[in-house]
Design a protein. Structure first.
Length: 82
């Protein structure tokens, strides 16, 4: 079985995604970055753009990041707040 990590994508009053993923490609203020299982811990400001995730089931999902936000990656989980 492939390694996964838990991803939560939310904005005020709405949970957009909450589940296990294989990878997430995210538009950061300093450039696009990819998060994989067991990624080193960090926090990043987000830029406007598209976020792409590959779910544990192999499905690709795309989300619009309209005006930035923040990403926190730690302990095999990622939290994205818009």
């Amino acid at each position: 079985m492939a390694k996964t990590f838990h991803l939560t994508l939310a904005r005020v009053g709405e949970n957009l995604f909450d589940g296990e993923v294989l990878s997430a490609t995210i538009p950061g203020k300093e450039g696009v970055f990819q998060v994989l299982p067991e990624h080193e811990a960090f926090v990043s400001e987000l830029a406007q753009g598209a976020m792409h995730i590959k779910t544990a089931e192999g499905e690709t999902r795309d989300f619009d990041i309209p005006q930035g936000g923040i990403a926190e990656i730690s302990r095999n989980q990622a939290t994205i707040l818009l």
